[in-house]
Design a protein around this ligand. Structure first.
Ligand SMILES: [Zn+2]
Ligand SMILES: [Zn+2]
Length: 343
């Protein structure tokens, strides 16, 4: 089967290769991939910024149909519509594994980075990681369960109440999903971007985000003041990984506000005003990836129509068209790009 493989570390080194069709072990499920999303981390991997266990088939956000199950698998049968967590291996013994925080296990191995992932016709997942798709979740939406689960995870680390004002910085797929999750808690949500994020800010309006602000043209401070009587926003979900956005957001938080860092910065160490955190008694929290408990609620949000993931899909290519997909993402014209398998 054709697989899109990162063959060596460094820039590029991504090739369509012919690989043997895998067979499931006793506790595993073989999935025929329908769609697999390109994540920001795949772009970083392509460009050589992230280390993966080369050679490996990329793709950790996917949906598909069960085509074979191992002898110990009773939870799934051939024909089931599914998605899978990226977790392929965990130690099972550390404190984080014991509490279901697999995203924090030091020995975790993930599909599409340490184990062959979804940029291929078939992949093997462990049965514990696989989830059935609810009735109203189509395959394209389902391919976004993983990024949605990441945003669900981030929002769950904050407390958002009905009527709160939430500021989401960065209108990429993660920001657009995080904003919808925040809205599902009854918050009024502002999402910000720059002039070249126009397509994304328009998409935010389309999926029902309350306020979209181009910080290069509009006065964000003014918008926040009007909505909060000058107090500042209750919660910031920083999804841009851009230092100016993070700094501005910190300044717009109310006293006792909460700040969640979701986006990754290009350089890990950033200047950050800790004085504001002290004086305003701000709670800061980081959010890494997702864990099992985030998956069923994420699927439910899509099933109930509270999150529209499908609307974020702007381009679909097959895995042999990586270059086109990459260019669509780099040019800023795409929001979410999905890949399909190639025969
Ligand atoms: Zn991802
Ligand atoms: Zn562990």
């Amino acid at each position: 089967m054709k697989s899109l493989v990162k063959t060596e570390l460094g820039f590029g080194n991504l090739e369509v290769q012919e690989k043997a069709v895998p067979s499931p072990g006793a506790d595993q499920v073989k999935i025929e991939v329908k769609y697999a999303g390109i994540c920001g981390s795949d772009i970083h991997t392509y460009e050589g910024h992230y280390k993966v266990a080369v050679p490996v088939t990329l793709g950790h956000e996917f949906s598909g149909e069960v085509v074979e199950v191992g002898e110990n698998v009773t939870e799934f049968k051939v024909g089931d519509r599914v998605t899978s967590e990226t977790t392929f291996y965990i130690c099972g013994e550390c404190e984080y594994c014991q509490s279901g925080d697999y995203n924090l296990c030091n020995h975790r191995k993930g599909l599409g980075s340490q184990q062959d992932g979804g940029f291929a016709k078939y992949l093997i997942a462990r049965k514990e990681s696989v989830h059935h798709l609810p009735e109203h979740v189509d395959y394209q939406s389902a391919a976004m369960t993983e990024p949605l689960a990441c945003t669900y995870h981030a929002v769950a680390k904050t407390e958002i109440n009905e009527g709160d004002v939430v500021l989401v910085t960065g209108p990429g797929p993660i920001g657009l999903l995080a904003a919808q999750v925040a809205k599902s808690h009854g918050a009024t949500v502002i999402i910000t971007g720059l002039t070249n994020d126009k397509v994304r800010l328009d998409k935010a309006k389309e999926v029902g985000i309350d306020y979209t602000v181009n910080t290069q043209e509009d006065d964000l401070q003014e918008v926040v003041n009007q909505l909060t009587n000058g107090y500042g926003v209750d919660v910031v979900l920083e999804c841009s990984g851009a230092v100016p956005a993070a700094k501005q957001a910190l300044g717009l938080l109310r006293k006792k506000g909460q700040y969640a860092q979701v986006g990754l910065f290009a350089n890990a160490e950033v200047p950050f005003d800790l004085e504001k955190i002290i004086q305003k008694e701000i709670r800061v929290v980081g959010s890494r990836s997702q864990k099992p408990a985030d998956w069923e609620p994420s699927l439910a949000l899509m099933n109930e129509g509270k999150v529209n993931a499908k609307a974020l899909v702007t381009h679909v290519y097959d895995i042999t068209q990586w270059d086109e997909a990459y260019n669509a993402i780099k040019s800023g014209e795409a929001i979410k790009v999905l890949l399909t398998p190639a025969d």
